[in-house]
Design a protein around this ligand. Sequence first.
Ligand code: 13P
Ligand code: SF4
Length: 297
Amino acid sequence: MTDKIAALKKEKNAIILAHNYQPPEILEIADLCGDSLELSIKASETDAQVIVFCGVHFMAETASILSPEKKVLLPRLDAGCPMADMITPESLKAKKAELPGIPVVTYVNSTAAVKALSTVCCTSANVVKIISALESDEVLMTPDRNLAMYAESKTDKKVHLWDGCCPIHDILTVEDLEKTKKAHPDAISIAHPECRLDVSEAADVVTSTSGMIRYAAESDAKEFIIATEVGLLYPLRKACPDKIFYPAFDGMVCDDMKKTTLKDVEQVLENLSNEVRVPEEIAVLARQSVSKMIETS
Ligand code: 13P
Ligand code: SF4
């Protein structure tokens, strides 16, 4: 199957991008694995004609926004992000009317239509930088309230919250984290900023998924507690075979990220099917928010 995928990739002039939470066999065949920011940048820079995006729907949309001349294929069209569905363009319009003149910072984990109504996008890797760079003392951040509270704690801005969250990260309580820390007292704890604020505050380090891999690789420590989706344990262990990684809580599983199979990848490459394309009237506005984020990063 992997040989067939490699041959199809060449034949169709395609590149395979995979988010760090994808299943191991998908990470192994990808040309680039990364966090949302790295994947967005790669999608905007590649020469390939076809991008196979192994991730969830909003990621393929972002690639299509940045590279409208390319075919962006999502191996599983049913792979969504529950957090991205916690805000609609209509509900954002109503909130903007309540907060006139306040810039809207939207996490890339959102639909293209919501990005189109936003001032700038951000990812977990650049949220503090993006919010700090805005002139306004107040911002509205959507849709992740945990990321917004984390950003507020790291900047001098007033951050208005949207009441959304990633259910996979929000499940982790500070009590669970403390229990895991007690079981592994020498381990450094690393949390994703989609975790609740008290979890982020109790962790030694807070960073994006690729930030976690870099931190563990560069650290002298030997043991780490990882507070994010458990799929990240595979690339962490691969990057640092001599180190030990413990999940903060092993129930942190994103089913949507686990849907992609090698067969799905082979089929979309063969048939150039499952294309995700954002209508140009939405893409033109969403592109401004995403490009502004990439320029500021
Ligand atoms: P990053 O990989 O950008 O840290 O994002 C995590 C995530 O939840 C993606 O869905
Ligand atoms: Fe969405 Fe959370 Fe899954 Fe990421 S891990 S795709 S934010 S539900």
